[in-house]
Design a protein around this ligand. Structure first.
Ligand code: ADP
Length: 513
């Protein structure tokens, strides 16, 4: 140990030793990260990561060695045999590749140890080939103990490095980094303690040329670029993978929420269909027993009079009306579902014709006057007398839905129906001063099968398809529908049609006779 410390201290430029050490530690950290990343990949993807790891390891080992050699200061001139120096780089890369692939594909155990040993031998082979390439004017002797020790250090520390990486757990990357750095540096400086030179025929003091520092800095810079490039590709891959995981997670959440919405819809739907159906079946049953029921109330000696017929007729009429209204409700629900599903299949055929915006709003308001009076709501219609071109029936459907919702859900005292030109077309507004919609619900009210109320609160019925249908119709026209709402103050729905608008023509007067 003392001999090794002495070699470092007395035979080396400590600045360059520090540079070699830092490069070695950083490179080892990148190698450890890449190796850990490769271990976590499926086998097919892992191979390319093992190669990148090995390439980075080879470059790190070789550059550390080369800078440390440049830091070596002998009292004799030295030079490098070019092809052997290059061969040492190839040995570092190929040896590391073999060691890393053997250890990485082993899943631990004996092959992992074998991979570590190969890796350690690769570092040693690189170092000693590099030393053979190092030509110095002097008599060289090798201390076999230190030489053997250096190989033992390199192999055991490499096995430890790969063991820590494959064992996983906390700080595994840092532990591998530490072991790898120790393996490379221990091999090098123990190897240098084994390398003894007696300078030949040199007169006076000899210093390493100043260019050595420059070469060392260039090698360090190049190594840094290669190592950083490897690190960068690792970050890019990790980021892309995280993004795809995030996308998959979003798609899964969307699929789950769609399936949840469909299940909720099925439960709402069965409830919605059952209510009017129960009414229909109940009253139909009453009607089928009406004759017997009335007969049972007539005494044996009692005469059947016109009053009896009137009573049967009145009851039949009442039951008939209830059956009619429940069937009408049932039909609306079924129509909504059919309408929505056909739009889902992109079967929205629009019949665009010019029509008066004001007369459309008046027609909607007229339809709902009775319901509005019952609820104590005042309807106001305000519209420019303009003609727009759109599907009138579908526009009516949108406004009926919006006004129907405002009356059903908002408990408003006033509802305004407006029509006005807007940038790029014409827009209708349905604004109430009722309960409003909570901000967290606003984003989802246009989703199909979405109802905001709790099940008990659904006295007004509906399938949660109304606004989804409105949205599809507005989009089908190339327009849109938006909502602004303040809880406790009211809601405004705005429907935009990108339609050319024109002054409504006054009806032509009959020609004078
Ligand atoms: P449905 O077809 O069941 O009526 P919609 O899709 O038309 O469903 O509406 C979805 C939800 O939006 C309703 O359950 C209701 O809670 C809410 N909503 C729609 N219009 C208003 C409004 N003007 N004020 C308050 N809530 C509203």
């Amino acid at each position: 140990m003392l001999q090794i410390a002495h070699t470092i201290h007395s035979d080396h430029d400590l600045g360059l030793v520090l540079l070699a050490g830092l490069l070695c530690a950083f490179g080892s950290w990148v190698v450890s990260r890449l190796y850990r990343h490769a271990l976590d990949r499926p086998r097919a993807q892992a191979m390319s990561w093992y190669f990148l790891t090995a390439m980075t390891a080879g470059v790190t080992i070789w550059c550390t060695h080369f800078i440390a050699i440049l830091a070596y200061q002998l009292d004799a001139p030295a030079s490098f045999h070019l092809s052997l120096t290059f061969a040492s780089l190839i040995i570092a890369i190929l040896g590391s590749t073999l060691g890393i692939v053997v250890a990485g594909t082993s899943g631990g155990g004996a092959r992992m140890v074998l991979g570590g040993v190969i890796f350690g031998l690769a570092i040693s082979a690189m170092h000693y080939t590099g030393m053979v390439a190092y030509r110095v004017q002097g008599i060289i002797t090798w201390d076999m103990v230190y030489l053997g020790l250096s190989v033992v250090f390199a192999t055991t520390l490499s096995v430890a490095a790969l063991y820590f990486a494959c064992r996983g757990g906390r700080f595994n990357v840092l532990k591998m980094t530490g072991m790898l750095t120790a393996a490379i540096l221990a091999l090098h400086f123990t190897g240098m303690a084994a390398f003894q030179v007696t300078p030949l025929a040199v007169h006076g003091h000899y210093d390493n040329p100043a260019e050595y520092t420059l070469i060392a800095l260039t090698v360090a810079g190049t190594a840094l670029i290669i190592v950083l490039a490897a690190l960068f590709s690792h970050f890019v891959e990790t980021r892309t993978r995280n993004e795809s995981i995030e996308e998959l997670r979003k798609a899964r959440d969307a699929a789950e929420s769609a399936s949840r919405a469909k299940s909720e819809f099925m439960s709402v739907l069965s409830h919605e269909l059952r209510t009017p159906l129960t009414i229909v079946i109940g009253y139909a049953a009453f009607m089928s027993k009406l004759k017997n029921h009335t007969a049972s109330k007539i005494g044996p000696d009692e005469m059947i009079t016109a009053a009896h017929f009137d009573s049967i007729g009145d009851q039949a009429e009442l039951y008939g009306q209830r059956i009619k209204s429940a069937s009408g409700h049932l039909l609306t629900i079924i129509n909504d579902i059919l309408d929505y599903t056909s739009m889902e299949l992109n079967n929205l055929a629009l019949n665009k014709t010019p029509f008066s915006a004001r007369s459309l709003l008046e027609e909607v308001a007229d339809q709902f006057q009775g319901m509005a009076r019952e609820k104590g709501t005042v309807l106001h219609v305000q519209s420019a007398d303009l003609t727009l071109t759109a599907d009138r029936g579908r526009s009516l459907q949108i406004l009926i839905n919006l006004l129907g919702n405002a009356l059903k859900f908002s408990k408003a005292t006033e509802i305004h129906l407006r029509g006005r030109p807007a940038p790029g077309g014409f827009c209708f507004e349905v604004e109430d001063n009722g309960a409003g919609i909570a901000p967290q619900n606003l984003a989802r009210i246009f989703d199909a099968f979405t109802q905001i109320e709790d099940a008990e609160d659904r006295a007004e019925g509906g399938t949660g398809l109304g606004l989804a249908i409105c949205k599809k119709l507005a989009l089908g026209h190339g327009g849109d529908i938006t909502v602004d709402s303040t809880l406790g103050q009211g809601t405004r729905f705005t429907v935009l049609f990108p339609s050319p608008v024109a002054e409504t023509q006054a009806p032509a007067l009959p020609a004078a006779a």
